[in-house]
Structure formats: C-alpha cells, structure tokens
Design a binder for this molecule. Sequence first.
Ligand code: GLU
Length: 319
Amino acid sequence: MGLDLPSRLEALIEAADQRRLQGPTGRFAPSPSGPLHLGNLRTALLAWLQARLSGGRFLLRHDDLDRPRQRPGAIESIEADLSWLGISWDGPPVRQSERTGLYASVLSALRRGGALYPCRCSRRMLADGAAPHGGWPLYPGTCRDREVGWGPVDGRLPSWRLRLEPGPLRWREEIGARGCLEAATEVGDVVLRRADGVLAYHLTSAVDDLLLAVTTVVRGADLWRSTAPQVAVSECLGRPFATTWHGPLWLDEAGERLAKRQGAPGLEPLRQEGLDAAGVIGRMAASLDLVPAGSRLSAVELLQDLNLSRLKAQLRRRI
Ligand code: GLU
C-alpha cells in the first residue's frame, strides 16, 4: 500500500533510492541503555563485516528515544568500544533523538492516509484479554472499527495503531527462518505511537532504515519477528524492507542470552584479563567458528580472511 506523502518526504525517499543505486549500506543500531555486552559487540562486528564485505558503507545509529532507559555516557562508551575494536563507521553517527520531526511527519502521513487508528485500550486490559504471541500480545482489534476520538479523555490521549490487512508480510531473510509472517494472525495491529507520545521502535527503525538507504539489516535473532511490522511501515511508504540477517545470540554458560539489564559483561572484564582488541576479535570470531580458538587478529585482518558466502554459511549453521 503506498500513501499520498508530503513532497518533502517523497524527496527523502527518492534521495534514498538514488543512494541505494550507489552501493550497499549496512548499519548497527544500539540502544544506549548501557555499555554494549559481548553479544551486542559481536552483532556490531557481524554488521560491519557484512557491510564491508559487500563493498558498502556502514552507519552507526543510536536508538536514543527511550529517555528513561538511557544511561548517561552510554553513547560515548558505545563509540569508544567500537573504535577500540577497529569497527569503523562512515559519517557522523545518527541519533534518533534528532529525527523526531521526521517521524512525526511520517506518522501524520500514515494517519491522513487511514493507515493508523486511535486506540484507547490500556496495557492492563490487553494483558488480561490477549494471548501472548511470540514477541508481543496479538492485539484483538477492540478499537479498530470503533469511533475513537483523537483528543484527550480523562487527560489521556489515544495510542495510534497500524491497521494491518490480513495477508503475508514478506521480507528477504538471508540467515534466519524464511521471512514471512501473517499480518492478522501472527502480527496484529501494532502501536506506532504510544499514548504518552513515545514513538515505537517499529516506526522509527523502519523509517530510518528506509531513509538512510540501508540495504541489509544485520541484528540479533531476537528481532526476527519485529521485522514484520517494519516491513508493513516500509510498504506504506512505498518501498520494500531491506534484506535481513538475523544472527545468533551470544548465550552465557547457563544457555541464557545476554541482557544489558542484567549487567551482562562488556569489554571491561576482558581487558582486565589482559586481552587486547586482537584477542577480543579473535574470541568473538572463534565463537562463530570463523577462526580457530585462541586466534588473535584485528577486525581488518578478519575481514581480509573472509568472504560473504563463508560468513553467511557459518551463521546459518548456528541458527
Ligand atoms: N536498537 C535496537 C536494540 O538495540 C535494535 C535495533 C535494530 O537493530 O533494528 O535492540
């Protein structure tokens, strides 16, 4: 579904089309909710390898819209850790907090085009009524066909949901399971703007990946399901979603995936063990069987050692 878009937005979408013709673009998009743990760093390394092996540029995007979860100094520590590892990015890092006008103009275009509807269901009502479905509860459609005003009621504004028509949402996945989820039964009408004004990751990430001309999105397998609503947003703007690589997650000794919230270790303990950047890159690459255990090499040496098909094959074996 393509919408009638304001000319400024059309121009940005067309500029991105032109950019894509010049070559591939990859990106790493951390949330600055704390220092990166080893799993995040390995994903950054994979995203960088994918972009550089494709001869493309590589962007760093800080997903810094969720203010309460943000930690002071996290952006600086993310940039310092990536640089220390030799993972270089092109151009100044993008900060989502500086692009809120853009997201607002996409939201109003979607709203004008009838792709969104206001919803007054509280999270509690939904938690009571909806069966959990993978990553998020499937919205039962309560407000979909109701007359729900846009203005405040008891001081609360509505949230805004994306109206998804039944049918497959498809994308090109090169590592994980085939990219396809059914919109009505597996995805549901997701919120793009919360009642408190917070913009959803599905909206901002899809808009950025499109307008920054990202051709391949490399991220952790935990975000595989999130691709479907992002495909829907991208298609509303008249373009297919990027190709995706949903790579393996780093598991701890108990088989649990690392989480920043639980203070999963970043680079500091490894530095204290005496490892330098070559040791850490070696350990990350060995964890994916890209090099023998105990190897020491720089990010650039790893790049020179690899090619895209070998990298993809190794990742597929681990999903
Ligand atoms: N900022 C999101 C996160 O750190 C990931 C975004 C993405 O790679 O699409 O979980």
